[in-house]
Design a protein around this ligand. Sequence first.
Ligand code: ZN
Length: 180
Amino acid sequence: MKKTCIECKQELPETSFHRSADGRMHPKCKTCRSSYERKRRKKKKDSRLDAIEQDAVDVFCKAARLGGSTIPHSAELIEVLLEYFGGVRGFGNVFMKQYYDSPPGGAHRTKMLETLVRLVNANTAMGGAKKPLSVWTEDELEEELRQRLMETAITLKALPVSRAVEVLSETAPAEDPGPS
Ligand SMILES: [Zn+2]
């Protein structure tokens, strides 16, 4: 016995069709059915990713504004761009969408991973990986403030450079002797 698939219109042996529990044959052949399932799964995944992108665009439109600083400061530019992407998390979402949209093992994914590694390296080199302020000790905080104050004093010429260097080279504030 042969049966014609409603999708590809081919006349195929009955073994090319799935059977349901009650013995009825599926109207589509196994090949057509699995390709349909595959497409359906991909569409579902795409629509989820599209929703993420749509969210990012919405944030962009809501935040779109005129003006700003006349100095194209790179940090400010990055901040504004990240705002349009929905902050760092939003940017992460867009990055991951792009990543998953690219074929696994392909040049795109490799390039994205390389970019990420370079970014982490550059950030660490610039001191961006320092421990967060909230876990600094009192002494570290004091030392940092002292350094910055001196740098500011030099910048504002409120203190002669020679004197500032002297102050900076002095030993860090004496340690708290604690209760005696
Ligand atoms: Zn078929």
